[in-house]
Ligand binder design. Structure first.
Ligand code: HSE
Length: 440
């Protein structure tokens, strides 16, 4: 049978990896797909560089619309990124009856409802394994492997840049700004790292996983997003002394009141496997009622790891494109008419436990006042650590750090207690609050 023909929009790091892996493993891939898969046309603004990657047999153009308009192309891979032109091209490809493979988590987390509806109406597939955790087949796992389960929660390290930075901060005892500069110098962080360090990239990814796990629409605008820019080396050290590591987690949970959807630095018990995921690696935990807790680990970015996910989608589409649309796996795991309107909870409604660090005057009664306010608020304390005064030198010698771990309480209650503690004259700096998850 004639190979299925693929058009590639954007041949950067992931596009080159996709081209190379498809070529290198073509025999195995054909054996699995039942048909050859060939990239026959590429659009890239840098035509000469693109041509040098794919060689003379592949047509290279600088106009993505020429790929979409080519009637021989069955599948369009979108690797341009962002919400702008990429959105227009994906919708145009769908309208032209092409199946789409994309790694664009931002596009789908924000505009997924519109894109999936357009694809369903046209009878084409939009596949996005590469959009979440790079080479880890987590979309496949959640959508198909765990399909028997009522999924209860997912927690993942789904941004390699920030995990690299946190690992370096812990290993070397350095503050965020210093490590970020070094990560940029080494190419681990982008020149503009905003989406990574502010948690936005992780929030895009957890938004997609949440929709698939719980059968709700993609709702990036409802996600709570907090990055790692305010973390200090001191908090990482204190967390360690209490038996925890700090990780930037994307968390989504089913609760009786609704769905939690949040990204923030999180204390995780050091003994959990996920707490030991270091450097730029990714890992996702998913808990289902039947299977229990599962863990998926691997490279979350990079040329061939991400290509591995892109090609898995190409194989799926090659196998299924002639099937009745009703026989295909739904985009968001649930059939469109089974998507529910279960609300995503505001962060103030989320219930979790906390790490608090207070820089206080080292005077009699200060700790009693702080713990008294927590008691009045009905917030139960799990552990308290006071840093030895002599560890703080110079003018700060009359100050001390008090670290408190709490049991679970609603975020709104904690916010109110924090405001009261912050107003105490003996609390000398803004209080650090980091959420904690046992992931048991
Ligand atoms: N920038 C992401 C990361 C990879 O650092 O993990 C692409 O989503």
């Amino acid at each position: 049978m004639k190979p299925i023909q693929v058009g590639l929009l954007g041949i950067g790091t992931v596009g080159s990896g996709t081209f190379n892996v498809l070529k290198r493993n073509q025999q195995d891939i054909q054996g699995r797909a039942g048909r050859g898969i060939e990239i026959t046309m590429v659009a890239d603004l840098d035509v000469a560089r693109a041509q040098s990657v794919v060689g003379p047999d592949v047509k290279v153009v600088n106009d993505a619309r020429a790929v979409i308009a080519n009637p021989d192309i069955d599948i369009v891979i979108e690797l341009i990124g962002g919400y702008g032109i990429a959105k227009a091209l994906v919708l145009e490809a769908i309208a032209a009856g092409k199946h789409v493979v994309t790694a664009n988590k931002a596009l789908l987390a924000v505009h997924g409802t519109e894109i999936f509806a357009a694809a369903s109406a046209k009878g084409v597939m939009v596949a996005f394994e590469a959009a979440v955790a790079g080479g880890i087949p987590i979309i496949k796992a959640l959508r198909e492997g765990l399909t028997a389960n009522r999924i209860q929660w997912i927690a993942g390290i789904i941004n390699g840049t920030t995990n690299f930075i946190l690992s370096e901060m812990r290993d070397k005892g350095l503050d965020f700004d210093v490590v970020l500069k070094e990560a940029q110098r080494l190419g681990y962080a982008e020149a503009d790292p905003t989406f990574d360090i502010e948690g936005v990239d992780a929030a895009h990814k957890v938004t997609l996983m949440s929709a698939i796990a719980f059968g709700i629409p993609v709702q990036f605008d409802k996600a709570y997003v907090e990055g790692i820019t305010k973390l200090g080396a001191a908090d990482i050290k204190y967390a360690e002394q209490l038996g925890y590591r700090i990780k930037l987690l994307g968390i989504t949970k089913r609760t009786p009141a609704g769905i939690e959807l949040r990204v923030h630095p999180t204390l995780v018990p050091a003994k959990r496997l996920i707490a030991n995921v270091e450097g730029a690696m990714n890992a996702v935990m998913a808990h289902g009622d039947a299977v229990g807790t599962t863990l998926y680990y691997g490279k979350g970015a990079g040329s061939e790891p991400t290509a591995s996910a892109v090609i898995a989608d190409l194989v799926d589409i090659t196998r299924l494109h002639t099937a009745d649309a009703a026989q295909r796996v739904p985009h968001l795991a649930f059939q469109p008419d089974a998507i529910s309107n279960t609300p995503v909870l505001a962060m103030s409604e989320v219930v979790t436990s906390y790490y608090l660090r207070l820089r206080v005057a080292d005077e009699a009664g200060v700790l009693a006042k702080v713990t008294g306010l927590l008691a009045e608020a009905g917030i139960s304390i799990d552990a308290v650590l006071q840093r030895e005064a002599d560890e703080i030198s110079g003018e700060a010698a009359t100050q001390t750090d008090v670290i408190i771990l709490t049991h679970d309480c609603a975020e709104a209650k904690m916010n109110a207690a924090l405001a009261q503690m912050q107003a105490l004259p003996t609390v000398l700096q803004p209080i650090t609050r980091i959420r904690k998850e046992e992931l048991a």
